[in-house]
Structure formats: C-alpha cells, structure tokens
Design a protein around this ligand. Structure first.
Ligand SMILES: Cc1cc2nc3c(=O)[nH]c(=O)nc-3n(C[C@H](O)[C@H](O)[C@H](O)COP(=O)(O)OP(=O)(O)OC[C@H]3O[C@@H](n4cnc5c(N)ncnc54)[C@H](O)[C@@H]3O)c2cc1C
Length: 301
C-alpha cells in the first residue's frame, strides 16, 4: 500500500499510519490499523472509499469506538474514523440535523438547550450519531428508532435518504449492519418540552448510570445482548461469574453485564473471557449469550 494513497485526499494531519486502535476504543484494546483516517466532510468519506476500492483495501467505519473490540493484530486496511471533525448539529424548530460524528451527549445537551424532548435517553450513551443509528442505541425505554426521521447514507458511492422503515430497526440492529454503507447524517424529530424538566431527567438518568455501571473502567457498556425473557447480567451473576477475570479482563463486580479492562487487558483476554462466560452460562441456564459488541479481526479460541 503506497503511503501517499490517502494523503492526496485527506490532509496529512488526519491520516495516521500504524495508529494504535487502543487509543480510539472505549475498551482501550486493539492493535495497529494500517491507516486511521479522520474524515471531516462527505467528499472526503466518498473519496476514501473510492481510493480504497481502487487499491483493493478494506475499510472499517468507526464512530466513537464505544462498542468495538479490534483484535490485538489490529486492522489491515483503513479504519475510517467519523468523529469530532464531522460533528455539526443544526436545529430548526423541532428537527435536529446531525452529522454522523456528533456525540449523542452533545445532541441531547443541544436538544435540552432548545427545550426539545425525546433525546434524554441518549445523554449517557458514549456513542456517535452514526454508531447509534447503526446499533439502534437505546436506554431507559428510549431508542434511536423512536426519534429518527431519516438518515443520509452512502451506499456504493451514492448518497441515499433512508427512512425509518428502510432502516429496519430492531433490538440493537438496523439495516446499516447488513450492508457496506455509511451513515453521513441523521435527522431527529423531537417534541417541545420544558427545559428544566428535560435537564433534570437527563441528570437523573446519568446518576443512575453512575450508581449502577463501572464507569471508572474502560468497557463497551453491556457486553451481551439482552436474551429474550432474561437479563444477561443476572444470568452471568447466577452462574457465579461476577468478578471472574482472565488477565486484566474482568466481569464487573458492580454490574455483571459489563466486561471491564482493569488496566492491561488485551483483546484476546476479552475474547477468552467472553467465551468462558458464554460457555458457563449456557451450561447452567441453556441460554446462549450473543455479544452486543462488535469483534473485528482474528481471535484464538
Ligand atoms: C460506558 C458505556 C455505556 C453504554 N451504554 C449504552 C446504552 O445505554 N445503550 C446502548 O445502546 N449502547 C450503550 N453503549 C454502547 C455504545 O455506546 C453504543 O452501541 C453506541 O451506539 C456505539 O456508537 P459508536 O459511535 O461508539 O460506534 P462504534 O463503536 O464506533 O461502532 C459501532 C458499530 O457502528 C458502526 N458505525 C459507526 N459509525 C458509523 C457510521 N457513521 N456509518 C455506518 N456505520 C457506523 C461500526 O462500523 C460498528 O459496526 C455503551 C458503551 C459504553 C462504553
């Protein structure tokens, strides 16, 4: 891969070669990416895909990296980081147009500032708009699918406007996951509310997180999806795995649904811990826990 392959498209300061992904993921693990490119415009995003296709280089889209476990070998190709450099938020009456890199915390803060209700649930989710649309992020009874009007999506070099129906939202799922496409922006429709009530509800939800979640440690939030009729955390606790560790990867003692990095965990430690939890919970309850996090690359069983 020629070093200048992307430097003609994106300014050098935003093209990082051999970038350690552990510096970009909330779990603080993951080896080097050949290239990590921080996109700042739709044109750049399109141009990176075009160039990568020409050179036959794989591209992985990363938002805020809060749900990603890259292997310790890293990623052979381009990790296209859609974050701070592409994060404008525009409000017009009850509608919010957000670029994919805008953080949910900022979106809900802005909504509250404009006395708009509907985004409170997202205040404590450490993801970007693009990642949240892809994952249909949700909490405390709220979900992206409830507030999204449409998303602008890059598909095979064309920008399309996808409605909520086209996005086929499900529990932590959207049609974005099933195809190679990129969320460029999203429009949310909110309802007028009382600014102080909105802020107070957001504070309340964030307090609940601080009490119940091990936020002082790196993690990906809930590691497993909620199995039908059960709670992953409760099943893990019942299997006696609260506090169980492999290396520095540990099932949180505060919330068994979280896997935390106590300091020097590798992605391989996390993978082995995940497999052990899945195996033990299955043996004891017959429920197969499915990861909510995305594992990217090669892991050894
Ligand atoms: C402490 C903590 C608490 C959490 N609490 C919650 C919670 O309450 N509810 C919840 O739902 N999640 C929660 N999460 C998980 C995570 O924050 C969400 O899944 C979030 O939506 C991921 O967004 P991201 O920008 O970090 O995406 P990433 O982790 O970077 O990526 C996740 C997926 O989205 C894709 N993606 C990212 N951006 C785009 C884009 N622009 N276009 C297309 N695909 C894209 C990626 O390819 C990947 O498949 C929590 C995580 C942590 C660390």
């Amino acid at each position: 891969m020629s070093p200048s392959a992307f430097q003609d498209i994106v300014p050098e300061s935003r093209v990082h070669q051999r970038a350690m992904l552990s510096n970009y993921t909330s779990m603080r693990t993951g080896g080097p990416a050949d290239y990590l490119i921080e996109a700042a415009s739709e044109d750049e995003i399109c141009a990176v895909f075009e160039q990568a296709q020409k050179e036959n280089i794989p591209v992985y889209i990363m938002g805020n990296g809060s749900n990603l476990i890259f292997s310790d070998e890293g990623f052979r190709g381009v990790v296209l980081h859609i974050g701070k450099a592409f994060s404008s938020i525009k409000i017009d009456s009850c509608s919010m147009d957000c670029q994919a890199g805008a953080m949910l915390a900022a979106v809900s803060r802005e909504a509250a500032e404009h006395a708009l209700s509907g985004m409170e649930f997202a205040a404590g989710i450490p993801g970007s708009v693009g990642g949240a649309v892809c994952m249909n992020a949700g909490a405390y009874g709220g979900e992206i699918s409830q507030v999204l009007e449409h998303a602008r999506v890059l598909v095979n070099g064309n920008v399309e406007r996808w409605t909520r129906d086209q996005l086929q939202f499900g529990y932590r799922h959207s049609a974005i996951m099933d195809q190679t496409c990129t969320v460029l922006s999203a429009q949310f429709i909110l309802t007028p509310g009382n600014r102080e009530d909105i802020r107070s509800y957001m504070r309340d939800l964030n307090d609940r997180r601080r009490q119940k979640q091990p936020l002082q440690y790196p993690s990906c939030g809930s590691f497993f999806k909620r199995p039908a009729g059960h709670y992953a955390g409760a099943l893990i606790e019942q299997a006696g795995l609260k506090g169980f560790a492999i290396g520095d990867a540990q099932v949180s003692e505060l919330h068994a649904g979280f896997v935390i990095n106590r300091g020097h965990a590798t992605s391989q430690d996390i993978y082995r811990l995940m497999r052990h939890v899945q195996h033990t919970v299955f043996e004891q309850s017959g429920v197969l826990l499915e990861p909510e996090v995305k594992l990217i690359g090669r892991f050894e069983a």
